[in-house]
Design a protein around this ligand. Structure first.
Ligand code: HEC
Length: 146
C-alpha cells in the first residue's frame, strides 16, 4: 500500500511538470523601463535589478528550483500579482499621477521592509536591502518626484 501511494505521488509530480508555465522573459530591454526612462544612476539600477526585477519587471532570473512545479506556479502567481501592481519595465507608460502614487508606495514598502517579499528572501537573502540602501533608494526617489 505504502509503495503504491509513493508511486502515485511520483507519477503526479512528474505529470505536473508537463503543465506549461509561461516564463516571465522578454527579449528586449524596453525604453519604458524605469532605469532607462529616469536615467537612473548605476547603483540604483543594480539595486532595483537585483532586489525587485524578479517580480516587478518583464524579466525574471529563475534559479533551477523555480522551474519545478508546483513551485513554478507559486512563483508565477507572485510575478503576475507584482506586475499588476508595479511593472518597472513599463514605467514610461504610466501616467504622471500613477508614477507619483507608485513612488510613494515604493518609499513606504521599502521603509517598512515589506519589499522584497519576505518569502522571496528565504532563498535570496543576499538581496535584502540594508538600511543604508533603503535610504539611498528613497533619496533618489525623492529626487525624481516631480
Ligand atoms: C518575490 C517577488 C517580489 C519581489 C522580489 C519584490 N516584490 Fe514588490 N510586490 C510583490 C507582490 C506579490 C506585490 C503585491 C502584493 C503585495 O502588496 O504584497 C508587491 C507589491 C509591491 C508594491 C505595492 C504597489 C502598490 O501600488 O500597492 C510596491 C511599491 C512594491 N511591491 C515595491 C517593490 C520594490 C521596490 C521591490 C524591490 C526592493 C520589490 N517590490 C520586490 C512581489 C515582489
Amino acid at each position: 500500500m505504502k509503495r503504491k501511494i509513493f508511486l502515485f505521488i511520483i507519477i503526479i509530480f512528474v505529470g505536473i511538470q508537463f503543465i506549461p508555465v509561461q516564463p516571465n522573459y522578454s527579449e528586449t530591454f524596453s525604453k519604458d523601463d524605469i532605469i532607462e526612462a529616469t536615467k537612473a544612476p548605476a547603483d540604483i539600477a543594480i539595486m532595483l535589478k537585483s532586489s525587485c526585477y524578479d517580480c516587478h519587471s518583464n524579466n525574471t532570473k529563475y534559479p533551477w528550483y523555480d522551474k519545478v512545479a508546483p513551485i513554478s506556479w507559486w512563483i508565477a502567481s507572485h510575478i503576475n500579482e507584482a506586475k499588476e501592481e508595479l511593472n518597472f519595465s513599463e514605467w514610461g507608460t504610466y501616467s504622471l499621477k500613477k508614477k507619483k502614487h507608485k513612488l510613494k508606495e515604493i518609499v513606504e514598502e521599502t521603509k517598512e521592509e515589506e519589499m522584497p517579499l519576505r518569502s522571496y528572501l528565504w532563498t535570496h537573502s543576499d538581496v535584502k536591502l540594508s538600511k543604508k540602501q533603503i535610504n539611498r533608494l528613497n533619496t533618489w526617489i525623492n529626487s525624481i518626484r516631480e
